[in-house]
Design a binder for this molecule. Structure first.
Ligand SMILES: [Zn+2]
Ligand SMILES: [Zn+2]
Length: 495
């Protein structure tokens, strides 16, 4: 909340003056906008004290405030205890769940909303589409799309671009394309950005650039996001020269100053493609202190192209920074262990312990029938575990007979080789793939969504599996799509 309005609020409380619900609504909305949980709580308790909880507008604003402040538990509590709820209340709760990463719960809430005969509006549907995109749930995404059509909601740029994003993230780039061409006459930059992002994810860099060319032809002004999407697309397709031209034209031709994000994307593009010296000198030119994203991109390039010396320099620089994510620590310990600097490896592990960092648990999702199944690494609690394990054992033997050699360097635990191999075969995407093979018709496509990046060994194994079982397997990881067909992957081992 803006300080002045809160000061005013305190004065009003102090003077014993009453304030109407209208004032309280605007105060609570102020807290939502500024993610001010502290003051939000004070106003919420004031609402309770005054017995205004039955006011649906006020309580909905409270649900929204808690959601926007990331206090999803409190939001749910308020939502559950409300006597009356309207479509705006349901939508606020749904958006809260979706934006706080509880996409599955949001979809469940939508079913409940339908059971209670509350008609959704287009805002509700757009947040549902985001949930489906997040979960990679094509079936549910399609049914929400059908909902849009049935209810005759306007196909405006916001709606269409959410649907484009959903289809792209669910691996249906052609459906995304169809919608894009249908909506192109709207001449909207958001629409183009979603399509560019979609093509990028699928490694179709040239198509992404094609959208940009059309934008320019139509005199549509690109914005910051357009260039982030374009540079990402170039990076996923290894289009170095095209990316370089775009990066340099941003400011010159479109008056858009490169932000940290743009630098990170461009450094990522250069370093993945092996232009490490150019990436390094670009990093040195950045007017402000480079963000960890920029350094991480460069470090990752050093790892791919085995430039240990530069990698160590960057690693040493990164380690002096306070805020690092777990992924960087793991990459750092990889770099140091490749350089055989064991004392540094131990130092990093110690730092991770002190800073209380744990590896984000990896999980993979697969949609079979009408349900989304979640698998965690090494999770043997699944009812079909026996069959999954047996199938994976068969796959391992067949893959090994065709020349597969496990790469245990992705296992960072200090255990013996055979244990490392066993850990690899428990990786979540393998469990989800095995489950898919067991529970879907022969020859049909298998679609997996993973929360983290696919590790090197799983990538190799999935190539073998696609050939052994003659099935197309699509894996969407944290970065992009991998289409595995007949022993090859669409990313050309570039991710
Ligand atoms: Zn793996
Ligand atoms: Zn791949």
């Amino acid at each position: 909340m803006v300080p002045e309005s809160f000061a005013l609020f305190h004065r009003l409380v102090g003077s014993g003056a009453g304030f109407d619900s209208g004032t309280l609504v605007s105060l609570i909305r102020g807290c939502s906008q500024t993610s001010d949980l502290e003051n939000g709580k004070v106003i919420h308790s004031c609402i309770i004290r005054k017995g205004l909880e039955s006011n649906i507008v006020l309580s909905t604003a409270v649900v929204d405030m808690y959601s926007k402040c990331g206090a999803i538990k409190q939001a749910t509590n308020v939502f559950r205890t409300m006597e009356k709820r309207n479509v705006i209340t349901w939508t606020a709760m749904l958006m809260g769940l979706s934006q706080n990463g509880y996409a599955e719960d949001a979809l469940k809430l939508f079913c409940q909303m339908q059971d209670e005969n509350v008609a959704a509006n287009s805002v509700t549907l757009v947040s549902l589409v985001h949930c489906c995109a997040h979960l990679g749930s094509l079936k549910k995404g399609r049914s929400v799309h059908a909902h849009f059509i049935r209810n005759g909601y306007a196909f405006n740029a916001v709606n269409i671009s959410a649907l484009i994003d959903m289809y792209a993230k669910c691996g249906k780039i052609h459906s995304a394309e169809k919608l894009f061409y249908k909506g192109f006459h709207l001449n909207d930059v958001i629409l183009c950005n979603s399509m560019i992002m979609g093509y990028g994810m699928h490694g179709q860099g040239h198509q992404a650039l094609g959208v940009y060319d059309r934008m320019i032809d139509e005199r549509l002004k690109p914005n910051q996001t357009t260039f982030v999407s374009l540079l990402t697309a170039c990076s996923h397709s290894g289009l170095v020269e095209e990316g370089r031209i775009l990066f340099h034209s941003m400011e010159r031709d479109h008056n858009i100053k490169p932000s940290e994000k743009h630098y990170a994307c461009f450094v990522d593009l250069l370093s993945r493609a092996g232009w490490l010296e150019e990436a390094d000198s670009l990093v040195k030119q950045i007017p402000i202190e480079p963000s960890t994203d920029v350094l991480e991109a460069l470090l990752s390039g050093c790892r791919i192209h085995k430039n240990i010396n530069m990698g160590i320099q960057i690693a040493d620089r990164l380690i002096s920074l306070d805020y690092l994510n777990t992924g960087i620590y793991i990459m750092l310990s990889n770099i140091y262990s490749e350089a055989r600097r064991w004392e540094s490896v131990n130092y990093i592990r110690g730092l991770m312990r002190i800073r209380g960092l744990k590896k984000t648990p990896a999980f993979s999702l697969i949609e079979v029938g009408n349900q989304v199944y979640t698998f965690f690494a090494g999770d043997d609690s699944h009812p079909g575990w026996g069959n999954i394990k047996q199938l994976l054992e068969n796959m391992r033997l067949e893959a090994e007979a065709s020349g597969y050699i496990p790469d245990t360097s992705c296992v960072l635990r200090d255990v013996n080789e055979s244990m490392k191999v066993e850990l690899l075969w428990g990786h979540s995407e393998r469990l989800a793939i095995a489950f898919g093979l067991l529970n879907t018709p022969y020859g049909s496509l298998i679609r997996i969504t993973k929360n983290l990046r696919v590790c090197f060994d799983c990538h190799t194994v999935t190539k073998y599996i696609s050939k052994i079982v003659k099935r197309e397997i699509i894996v969407r990881d944290a970065n992009r799509f991998h289409h595995f067909v007949n022993g090859e992957c669409s990313c050309n081992d570039y991710w």
